[in-house]
Design a protein around this ligand. Structure first.
Ligand SMILES: Cc1cc2nc3c(=O)[nH]c(=O)nc-3n(C[C@H](O)[C@H](O)[C@H](O)COP(=O)(O)OP(=O)(O)OC[C@H]3O[C@@H](n4cnc5c(N)ncnc54)[C@H](O)[C@@H]3O)c2cc1C
Ligand SMILES: *[C@@H]1O[C@H](CO)[C@@H](O)[C@H](O)[C@H]1NC(C)=O
Ligand SMILES: *[C@@H]1O[C@H](CO)[C@@H](O)[C@H](O)[C@H]1NC(C)=O
Ligand SMILES: *[C@@H]1O[C@H](CO)[C@@H](O)[C@H](O)[C@H]1NC(C)=O
Length: 499
C-alpha cells in the first residue's frame, strides 16, 4: 500500500486486499475537520476508527493557503478558536500564521495530527446501499491510479470556496496591463512592494486588511471600489481582555472571553438587523470621526445596503483609517472603464497609474471540495438537495457537512454541525441502526430559504452551489445559541430515517 498513512496506524484486515476501511472519514484538515476529529474522539462512541484526508501538504486550510500581507481573522479568536483549546494571548484578532500555529498545536495536543493523511485529494464518493458504506476515490500524490477508501460515514470539512481558482470577475482590459497583477489567494511569497504604487481592487475584508499592511512600505496604496461596505474598528487588545488574562488562568480567561464575545457579536448583529437606521447612524458618526478631511464619507463610506445585509468588515485598532490619515492610503469609488498598459481609467474620467494591481475581488464558492457525489453509481447535484438541519443532505445516507455563520465565527457553526452528528451517532447506537437518511416528509410546498442570508454578489452566485434551506427541520442556521441548543437537546428524529 503506497499511501502515506501515519506511522502508528493499525490498518483493518481488509487493507491487505487493497481496501481501506474506516468508521468515519473526515475530508479536510482545516478548522472544521480538526474540530470534528476532536468531538469524535472525546464524545463519540468508543473505538471509532477515523481518518482525515487532506489534499494539501499541511493542516490549517484557509490559514495555510492565504499568505497576503496582514492576513488575519476579523472574528475574535475566542469564538473563532476551539472551546477545548484555549487561546493564551490577550490579542483578540489573530494574525494568519498565529492561527495556523494554534491549529497545529491544538491538533497535536489531542493526537489528531496522527490521523491526517496529507496529499490525499478526494475526487469521487459513491454510497453503496448493499454494503451500506461510502467508497471514496482518492488521488494520492505520486500515485498513478486513485486509492479507494471505504467508510460508513463521511464528514465534509471542505470549507466553502475553490482552492484552485478565485472568483472570475471581468475587469475590462486587465490583460493589457504591463505591471504586476496579483490575486490575494496566490500572493507571491516574499513579494517586495517597497516603493510601488499599488491599487487594490475590491472593498471586502481582504482589501481592508491589505491596505494598511502595505501602506508604510509602498509608495501609495489605493483601494478602488465599485461600491462601499461597512468598516468598523475593533480593538485587538482590550483592557478587559488583558485584565482577565492577568488575573485568571489562561483556560478560565479563554472561557470568559468566549462568553463575552459570543454575546457581543450576537447583540451587535441583532441591533443591526432590528434597528438598521440607528446602526447606520452610529457607524456613520464613528467613521467620519476617523476620516482625514480630504476623504469624503459620501460616496466612499456610504453603503447602499443596511448593516449586516452583507458581511461587515472589521479593521484592527482602526488601522485602515490610520493609513488614510497618514496620506499613504487612499480610497477611490468608481467603475472601471478600461485598464491600459499602465493605467486604470474610470468612467468618471479619472485615471490611476499603478505599478501593481491587486484583485481582491472575492472567492469562488464551491461546496464539498469539488467531489463527484453518487448514490449507487447515480451522480447527483448537491445544489438540488435540501439540507436537513443545515448539516445533512436530503436522501443522502451517512453524510455530514460542516458550515459556519456569516454573522459570527465560522467555528461556532461547524461545532453545531458536529455536535448534532454526535447525537445522531449515539441514537443510531441505541437503535442498532447502520444508516441515517434525511427524508423530506412533505414533498411539495416547502418554502425555500437560502443557506446563507447575505446579499453579496458571491453569495448570490452561490445560490446554485450550496444545498437549499427550507422550513422546520430543514431551516438554515439562525444563531449559535438557538442552534447549539437544537443540536444538543432538539428534535433529531423528525424527517430522519434510521435503517
Ligand atoms: C482571507 C479569509 C479570511 C477569513 N476570515 C474569517 C474570520 O475572520 N472569521 C470567520 O469566521 N471566518 C473567516 N473566514 C472563513 C474561513 O474560511 C473559515 O472561518 C474557516 O477557516 C473554514 O474552515 P474549514 O475547515 O471549514 O474550511 P477550510 O479552511 O477551507 O479548509 C478546508 C480543507 O479541506 C481541504 N479539502 C477541500 N476539498 C478537498 C478534497 N476534495 N479532498 C481532500 N481535501 C480537501 C482543503 O485543502 C482544506 O485544507 C475567512 C476566509 C478567508 C479566505
Ligand atoms: C436575512 O436578513 C434580512 C436583512 O438583514 C433580515 O431581515 C431577515 O430576517 C434575515 N432572514 C433570516 C432567515 O435570518
Ligand atoms: C482599452 O485600452 C486599450 C489600450 O490599452 C485600447 O486598445 C482599447 O481600445 C480600450 N478599450 C476601450 C473599450 O476603451
Ligand atoms: C456495491 O457493493 C457490492 C458488494 O461489494 C458490489 O457487488 C456492487 O457492485 C457495488 N455497487 C456499486 C454501485 O459500486
Amino acid at each position: 500500500m503506497a499511501t502515506n498513512l501515519p506511522a502508528n496506524f493499525s490498518l483493518p484486515a481488509s487493507a491487505a486486499s487493497g481496501a481501506l476501511n474506516f468508521d468515519v472519514i473526515i475530508i479536510g484538515a482545516g478548522i472544521s475537520g480538526i474540530n470534528a476529529a476532536y468531538r469524535l474522539q472525546s464524545q463519540g462512541p468508543s473505538g471509532l476508527k477515523y481518518v482525515i484526508l487532506e489534499a494539501r501538504d499541511s493542516m490549517g486550510g484557509t490559514w495555510d493557503l492565504f499568505r497576503y500581507p496582514g492576513i488575519r481573522s476579523d472574528s475574535d479568536i475566542f469564538t473563532f478558536g476551539f472551546p477545548w483549546s484555549p487561546w493564551k494571548h490577550p490579542e483578540s484578532l489573530a494574525a494568519g500564521d498565529k492561527i495556523k500555529e494554534y491549529l497545529i498545536q491544538s491538533a497535536q495536543s489531542a493526537g489528531i495530527d496522527q490521523h491526517i493523511c496529507y496529499h490525499h485529494k478526494v475526487e469521487a464518493a459513491n454510497w453503496n446501499s448493499t454494503t451500506q458504506s461510502w467508497a471514496l476515490n482518492v488521488k494520492v500524490s505520486g500515485e498513478a491510479s486513485p486509492v479507494v477508501f471505504h467508510s460508513r460515514f463521511m464528514l465534509l470539512g471542505t470549507g466553502y470556496y475553490d482552492y484552485d481558482s478565485p472568483l472570475q470577475t471581468t475587469i475590462p482590459g486587465i490583460e493589457n496591463f504591463r505591471g504586476k497583477v496579483i490575486h490575494p489567494q496566490f500572493w507571491p511569497e516574499d513579494y517586495d512592494y517597497t516603493g510601488k504604487d499599488v491599487v487594490i481592487i475590491g472593498s471586502g475584508a481582504t482589501a481592508i486588511t491589505i491596505l494598511p499592511s502595505i501602506a508604510d512600505r509602498a509608495k501609495r496604496a489605493t483601494m478602488l471600489q465599485r461600491s462601499p461596505g461597512y468598516i468598523f474598528s475593533l480593538p485587538s487588545n482590550s483592557f478587559f481582555t488583558r485584565l482577565l488574562f492577568a488575573i485568571l488562568p489562561a483556560t478560565v480567561a479563554h472561557f470568559f472571553n468566549r462568553l463575552i464575545w459570543l454575546f457581543r457579536s450576537y447583540l451587535t448583529t441583532a441591533l443591526c438587523r432590528s434597528c438598521p437606521g440607528l446602526a447606520k447612524m452610529i457607524i456613520k458618526r464613528v467613521t467620519i470621526q476617523q476620516l482625514p478631511p480630504d476623504v469624503k464619507w459620501d460616496p466612499n463610506f456610504k453603503p447602499r445596503y443596511n448593516p449586516w445585509e452583507q458581511r461587515f468588515c472589521a479593521c484592527m485598532n482602526g488601522d485602515f483609517f490610520a493609513a488614510l490619515r497618514s496620506g499613504k492610503g487612499d480610497v477611490v469609488t468608481g467603475k472601471i472603464k478600461n485598464v491600459t498598459q499602465n493605467s486604470i481609467e474610470l468612467e468618471s474620467g479619472a485615471a490611476l497609474h499603478p505599478d501593481v494591481i491587486v484583485t481582491a475581488t472575492g472567492l469562488k464558492l464551491k461546496f464539498g471540495g469539488g467531489i463527484q457525489f453518487a448514490l449507487d453509481g447515480q451522480q447527483f447535484d448537491v445544489g438540488e438537495k435540501f439540507a436537513w438541519k443545515a448539516a445533512m443532505l436530503q436522501d443522502v445516507p451517512n453524510l455530514l457537512f460542516m458550515t459556519g455563520y456569516e454573522t459570527a465565527s465560522w467555528t461556532l457553526g461547524a461545532d453545531v454541525s458536529i455536535q448534532l452528528f454526535i447525537r445522531v451517532l449515539r441514537l443510531m447506537e441505541q437503535k442498532k441502526a447502520k444508516v441515517a437518511i434525511p427524508k423530506l416528509s412533505k414533498l411539495d410546498g416547502m418554502e425555500e430559504k437560502p443557506m446563507m442570508n447575505l446579499s453579496s454578489t458571491y453569495v448570490k452566485i452561490a445560490g446554485k452551489v450550496l444545498p437549499k434551506g427550507g422550513t422546520g427541520q430543514w431551516s438554515p442556521k439562525t444563531n449559535y445559541f438557538a442552534d447549539i441548543a437544537g443540536a444538543k437537546w432538539g428534535d433529531v428524529t423528525t424527517d430522519l430515517v434510521f435503517l
